[in-house]
Ligand binder design. Structure first.
Ligand code: ARG
Length: 277
């Protein structure tokens, strides 16, 4: 447990120092406001010229996320860090663009992309058929597995045992959608953050939490008395979302994802936040 947390802390420190020396650092909204002038100047300056062939050179791209989902996106002091943040930074760097992050409720992310408030979303977001009717997804960059957290002394040993129990989920996530389908509305309790669902489990208010495996592992490591069921609930693919029809941005994102995969940088980013299992 300690080891994993230490690794995350170290990764965070590395991310912070990388951002600090990068010419186009990730910015949280607050930081972005302070730096608006700098960004504007950079757009006119040499950086734009350098990445002159990109339609996004010198621009600021807004990424919508919900930073309650370590190790993909989470708060570290005033910063938002994590795998998705590093990936988004690398994508923006490829385009010669700057990154600004807005942190919203998970179920506000798609509306932000649809309305154009955000240019894209990176939020450990699963590609689902329904979401595909609302936004366009990039190529997938990670696999997620919906997992079940229970207390160590729980009588829930298998997925079947979840019938008739109270299941906590983060509102609007696939954990919410699938468990509502499978176990019924009356069995599902929705929380705005996964951490709140886990808190309810720890204090005996609910019987299980269904959430993606990597955040689930972080929650189990950080909270005594919890464990993961060995049977995974559902497997899925994560991708970045853009507004429907924004092929220019989607193509650029896909080209960057391919670069990150080929160069081994994607594995490096993941390894920074997740210790070998
Ligand atoms: N993969 C799940 C989904 O797409 C959960 C994602 C939650 N992400 C977050 N940043 N809170 O529904």
């Amino acid at each position: 447990m300690k080891k994993k947390l230490a690794a995350i802390a170290m990764a965070t420190a590395m991310a912070a120092s990388l951002a600090a020396c990068s010419s186009k650092p990730a910015e949280t909204t607050a930081a972005a406001e302070e730096n608006e002038e700098t960004t504007a100047e950079a757009a006119e300056g040499s950086e734009a010229a350098e990445a002159g062939d990109s339609a996004f050179a010198g621009k600021t791209l807004v990424m919508s996320t919900n930073a309650e989902f370590a190790p993909y996106e989470y708060h570290d002091g005033n910063d938002i860090v994590g795998i998705d943040v590093d990936i988004a930074n690398a994508i923006c760097e490829d385009m010669g663009a700057s990154l600004e992050i807005t942190d919203v409720a998970f179920d506000s992310i798609i509306p932000e992309v649809q309305s154009g408030k955000a240019d894209f979303a990176a939020a450990g977001m699963t590609v689902t058929e329904d979401r595909q009717t609302q936004v366009d997804f990039s190529d997938t960059y990670a696999t997620g597995v919906q997992s079940v957290i229970v207390t160590e002394d729980s009588d829930i040993k298998s997925l079947d045992d979840l019938k008739g129990k109270q299941i906590g989920v983060q509102q609007g996530t696939t954990g919410d959608l699938y468990s509502t389908d499978d176990f019924g509305e009356e069995s599902v309790q929705r929380f705005s953050k996964g951490a709140d669902a886990v808190q309810a489990l720890s204090t005996g208010k609910i019987d299980a939490v269904i959430i993606d495996n990597k955040p689930a592992q972080v929650f189990v490591d950080e909270n005594d008395g919890l464990k993961l069921l060995e049977t995974p609930y559902a497997e899925e693919e994560y991708a970045i979302a853009v507004k429907k029809g924004n092929t220019e941005l989607l193509d650029a994102i896909n080209a960057s994802i391919a670069n990150l995969e080929e160069s081994g940088k994607l594995d490096e980013i993941v390894a920074k936040y997740i210790t070998a299992e």
